[in-house]
Design a protein around this ligand. Structure first.
Ligand SMILES: [Zn+2]
Ligand SMILES: [Zn+2]
Length: 83
């Protein structure tokens, strides 16, 4: 393949699916893993700790996210008290 053809092929690649990067469930604050379900809210993907939280978040996103899409519990407002 000629180099310019390769470049065109790269440009024509479809955009990747949104990637969830939040370390904690926006619903309850539990830690999430790569195997956690992903929920897409307003075009951004978030990980939820379980399918119940995913459904909860999808149903009422304004309750769990700021207007800019940041999970409300990601701002450190409610840190768990250390023993
Ligand atoms: Zn959760
Ligand atoms: Zn959950």
């Amino acid at each position: 393949m000629l180099p310019w053809m390769l470049a065109l092929a790269c440009l024509a690649a479809p955009p990747a699916a949104p990637v969830a990067e939040n370390p904690a469930c926006p619903g309850c604050g539990s830690v999430v893993s790569e195997k956690s379900p992903t929920v897409v809210v307003k075009g951004k993907a978030y990980r939820a700790c379980c399918k119940h939280c995913a459904a909860m978040i999808a149903k009422d996103p304004d309750k769990y996210f700021e207007k800019d899409g940041t999970p409300k519990n990601a701002k450190g407002g409610k840190q768990p008290a250390k023993p």
